[in-house]
Design a protein around this ligand. Structure first.
Ligand SMILES: CC(=O)SCCNC(=O)CCNC(=O)[C@H](O)C(C)(C)COP(=O)(O)OP(=O)(O)OC[C@H]1O[C@@H](n2cnc3c(N)ncnc32)[C@H](O)[C@@H]1OP(=O)(O)O
Ligand SMILES: O=C([O-])CC(=O)C(=O)O
Length: 374
C-alpha cells in the first residue's frame, strides 16, 4: 500500500480550469459564463442559454434568430434512428435507447458535415447544435413509443421548449407550465465538473470524437447517484404514498441506511443553488394541478429529512415531481436531463479540446506483492 494521499472519488480535487460555469457552495451560487443561473432562468429562452454556454456570450437578437432557425432545421430524425428505436426491446430503459441513438448519430457524422456545410472550424459546434436539436425528438419518440402512440413530427413554428412538449404530448400545456419546463432545462444545462461532464472530458482528452464523449456522459448520468436521481425521487414519493406515511417510512429508511434520492450533493453542503428556483417552478404546477396530496408529501419529506440529517434537497428533488406533473413517464425524466445537459457537455468537450491534456491520473497499487508463476 502506498503512502500517497488518496482522494476517494476525487473529492475536493481541482483537476483543471473551466470558464463555462462556477459553482460556489460558500455563497450558494451558480454562474454560467458569469451570469447567475437564476437570472438566466428568469429571462432567457433555453436556446440563448445553449448559445451562451458554447460561445461565452449571450446572443444578440440576430444571432439568436439565426441559431433558432438552424436548430429548427435540424430537428427531424433520420429514418434509421426510428428503425433503431423500433428494434430495441420494449422494456429497455429509455436512457439505454437515448445512449444508443446518440451513438448511432456518431456513425452518421461523415455524411452530416457535408450535408450541413460544417467547416473544420465549426465542426464540433455544428455537432453540438445537431445533438441539441435531435435529442428532444429522440426523447419524445421514446416517450410516445412507450405509450404505443404514433410519433409526432417536430414543428418549426415552435420554440425548443414548446416543440419538445408538442412532440411528446401532441398538445401544449398552459404558458405557465411551458415556462416551468424551460426553467428546468436552464437549471439542468451545466454544472462544472460533475461526473457526467468529467466523463465527457476524459473521453475528449483522448482526442476521441464528440459523440463518443456524449455517449459516455449519458452512461454516467444514468446512475441514480447522479442524473438518475430525478427518476428515483419519483419512485420514493410513490413508495411513501402520502404525507402521513413519511415519518414511519423515513425511520425505517434511515435505520436501513438507505440513501434518500434527491438529497445531498458532493459540492453543496448547505443546499443546492438551483433548488429555490425549481421549487418555485414546481409550486406553479402543484397549484395548477390541485395536487395538494403531492405538495404535502413533498414538503413533509423534505422537512423531516432535513431536520433529522441536515442534508438538503438537490435539483432532482423538485424536478422529478415537476416532470411527473407535466405528464412525462418517470423513466423519461433522466433523458430530459440529457437533452438539457448536452449543452454543458458539448461546451466542456470543446473547451477540453481547445486546451487538451490527456486525462490519466495515477493509482496506488494495493494488490499482491510481485510473485512468479510456479
Ligand atoms: C444532478 C445531480 O447529480 S445531484 C445528486 C443526485 N443524487 C442523489 O440525489 C442521490 C442521493 N445522494 C447521494 O447519494 C449523495 O448525497 C451524493 C452521491 C449526491 C453525494 O455524495 P458524497 O459527496 O459522496 O457524500 P457521501 O455519500 O459520502 O455522504 C456523506 C454522508 O451523508 C450521507 N448522505 C448523503 N446523501 C444522503 C442521502 N441522500 N440519503 C442519506 N444519507 C445521505 C451519507 O450516507 C454519508 O453518511 P456517513 O458519513 O454516515 O457515511
Ligand atoms: O455537480 C454535481 O456533482 C451533480 C449536479 O448537481 C449536476 O450535475 O447538476
Amino acid at each position: 500500500m502506498s503512502d500517497t494521499e488518496i482522494k476517494k472519488g476525487l473529492a475536493g480535487v481541482v483537476v483543471d480550469e473551466t470558464a463555462i460555469s462556477k459553482v460556489n457552495p460558500e455563497t450558494n451560487s451558480l454562474l454560467y459564463r458569469g451570469y447567475p443561473v437564476q437570472e438566466l432562468a428568469a429571462t432567457q429562452p433555453f436556446e440563448a442559454v445553449a448559445y451562451l454556454l458554447w460561445h461565452g456570450e449571450l446572443p444578440s437578437a440576430g444571432q439568436l434568430a439565426e441559431f433558432e432557425q438552424r436548430e429548427r432545421s435540424l430537428r427531424s430524425l433520420d429514418p434509421r434512428t426510428l428503425q433503431l428505436l423500433d428494434a430495441m426491446p420494449a422494456d429497455a430503459h429509455p436512457m439505454d435507447l437515448v445512449r444508443t441513438a446518440v451513438s448511432q448519430l456518431g456513425a452518421f457524422d461523415g455524411t452530416l458535415h457535408e450535408a450541413n456545410g460544417w467547416t473544420d472550424r465549426t465542426l464540433d459546434l455544428g455537432r453540438a447544435e445537431y445533438l441539441f436539436a435531435q435529442l428532444p425528438t429522440i426523447v419524445a419518440a421514446v416517450q410516445r413509443r412507450r405509450r404505443g402512440l404514433p410519433l409526432i413530427a417536430p414543428r418549426d413554428d415552435l420554440d425548443y421548449s414548446r416543440n419538445f412538449l408538442w412532440m411528446t404530448f401532441g398538445e401544449l400545456p398552459s404558458d405557465a407550465a411551458v415556462d416551468v419546463f424551460r426553467v428546468s432545462l436552464v437549471l439542468y444545462a451545466e454544472h462544472s465538473f460533475n461526473a457526467s461532464t468529467f466523463t465527457a472530458r476524459v473521453i475528449a482528452s483522448t482526442t476521441s470524437d464528440m459523440y463518443s464523449a456524449v455517449v459516455g456522459a449519458v452512461g454516467a448520468l444514468k446512475g441514480p447517484l447522479h442524473g438518475g436521481a430525478n427518476e428515483a425521487v419519483m419512485h420514493v414519493l410513490e413508495e411513501i404514498g402520502r404525507a402521513e406515511n413519511v415519518v414511519p417510512w423515513l425511520d425505517a429508511a434511515i435505520a436501513e441506511k438507505r440513501k434518500i434520492m434527491g438529497f445531498g450533493h458532493r459540492v453543496y453542503k448547505h443546499g443546492d443553488s438551483r433548488v429555490p428556483t425549481m421549487h418555485a417552478a414546481l409550486q406553479v404546477l402543484l397549484e395548477e394541478s390541485g395536487r395538494r396530496d403531492l405538495a404535502d408529501l413533498y414538503a413533509v419529506l423534505e422537512a423531516e429529512f432535513v431536520a433529522r440529517k441536515g442534508i438538503y434537497p438537490n435539483l432532482d428533488y423538485p424536478s422529478g415531481p415537476a416532470y411527473h406533473l407535466l405528464g412525462f413517464d418517470t423513466e423519461i425524466f433522466t433523458p430530459i436531463f440529457v437533452a438539457a445537459r448536452v449543452t454543458g457537455w458539448t461546451a466542456h468537450i470543446m473547451e477540453q479540446s481547445a486546451s487538451n491534456a490527456l486525462i490519466r491520473p495515477l493509482s496506488a497499487y494495493n494488490g499482491a506483492e510481485e510473485r512468479h508463476v510456479p
